[in-house]
Design a protein around this ligand. Structure first.
Ligand SMILES: *Cc1c(COP(=O)(O)O)cnc(C)c1O
Length: 389
């Protein structure tokens, strides 16, 4: 088995047998011709060969092979977005009357999906502090089917110990949203997770030019997700999007290595800056979950960090508004560095007290570090901090 960077370049990319093309052809066809009634019947029956692009498509197949190789998974199913991937993984795993134990630090749309959508179909959910395996174990019921986790988690970069979660919930299907880590830094399946999810919109495609998602795991579970999420519910990715995600994946290792090294450097400098109250980065010894992150992540701690500007909301907003190289935008995992002010965007619907309880100060800024020169990023942060300090 080849190593990560070799797989990123080559997995799923055998030369096209008809033309010899090195890059997998972009097949946009919605349907595929049959030789005969017998051929059509065989493809329908066996689920092999191509029939219709909502079911399977060669460009999407090539992407799935590359994603599975990088995650060390038996199977992968690509979907139209990260949220489509989460919806499909949960739909395949749950039925009315089932119970979910979820981390209280989840992507906000995932919380809405669990509470507002699955709640209407008779699925109960409890949110717990997943950094504590005892809290997770205490929330389990006989009807608990799924434990849903996200690590590192937005925006405080809280880390869930996945091996401890597996030990605490041996019978549940453990689903991990690993978007912030990417398979370069973290492989949840090796730590006992059953299904891994990525929003491929983020680091995996890496260029901020496509929306997509993936679910990975053993072949049987992934097939169940594919059947409902893609074939029946129809959240298939477009072949155009699949091509862009596959192109981005070929440089994933290079991009993560650069961005993670820059994130550690910026986090270290920010922590020493007088205008900064605190820095949250799993690679800093001051992060509450640093020891777990050091055990379960590898090759670095990822490209996301958060910092609290002294002086509260006004100072945070002032610093945010003064940035020049670093772009004010949602999303993350782009080659461009992107920054969000949690209190005015992702966590604006919470009261200041609720934000405080979630560890989110009014001046908290979340930075997704890109691949620009780290000295230009630091110069930008320094000039912005001098304007608000
Ligand atoms: C962006 C994101 C999602 C949702 O993915 P989309 O591709 O936007 O649908 C889910 N989880 C995490 C952690 C994310 O960052």
């Amino acid at each position: 088995m080849h190593r990560f960077d070799t797989l990123a370049v080559h997995a799923g990319d055998a030369p096209d047998p008809t033309s010899g093309a090195l890059d997998p052809p972009l097949v946009t066809s919605s349907a595929f011709a049959f030789e005969s009634a017998a051929d059509a019947a065989a493809r329908f029956r066996e689920g092999t060969g191509y029939v219709y692009s909502r079911w399977r498509n060669p460009t999407v197949d090539a992407l799935e092979a590359k994603l599975a190789a990088l995650e060390g998974a038996e199977g992968a199913v690509a979907l139209a977005s990260g949220m489509a991937a989460i919806h499909a993984a949960l739909t395949a795993s749950l039925a009315a009357g089932d119970h979910v134990v979820a981390s209280e630090r989840l992507y906000a749309e995932t919380v809405r999906l669990l509470v507002e959508h699955f709640g209407r179909f008779g699925v109960a959910v409890d949110f717990v502090d997943a950094t504590r395996a005892d809290a997770l174990a205490a929330a389990l019921r006989p009807s608990t089917r799924v434990v849903y986790l996200e690590t590192p988690a937005n925006p405080t970069l809280a880390i869930t110990d996945l091996a401890a979660a597996r030990a605490a919930a041996p019978a549940a299907t453990i689903v991990v949203d690993s978007t912030f880590a990417t398979p370069y830094h973290q492989r949840p399946l090796e730590l006992g997770a059953d299904l891994v999810i990525h929003s491929t919109t983020k680091f995996l495609s890496g260029h901020g030019d496509v929306v997509g998602g993936v679910v990975l795991g053993d072949a049987a579970r992934v097939e169940a997700v594919r059947r409902v999420g893609v074939r029946t519910a129809g959240a298939a990715p477009s072949p155009w999007a699949a091509m862009l995600v596959a192109r981005g994946l070929r440089t994933l290792g290079l991009r993560m290595q650069r961005a993670s090294a820059s994130a550690l450097e910026l986090a270290t400098r920010l922590e020493a800056h007088p205008a900064v109250e605190r820095v949250l980065y799993p690679g800093l010894p001051s992060h509450p979950d640093h020891a777990v992150a050091a055990r379960q992540m590898r090759g670095g701690f990822g490209a996301l960090l958060a910092f609290e500007v002294a002086g509260g909301r006004a100072a945070g907003a002032q610093c945010y508004d003064t940035l020049d190289v670093i772009t004010r935008a949602v999303s993350l995992g782009d080659v461009r560095s992107l920054i969000t002010h949690a209190a005015s965007t992702t966590h604006a619907s919470l009261t200041p007290a609720q934000r405080a309880a979630a560890g989110i100060g009014e001046g908290l800024l979340r930075l997704s570090v890109g691949i620009e020169d780290v000295e230009d990023l630091w110069a930008d942060l320094e000039q912005a901090l001098s304007s608000c300090g």
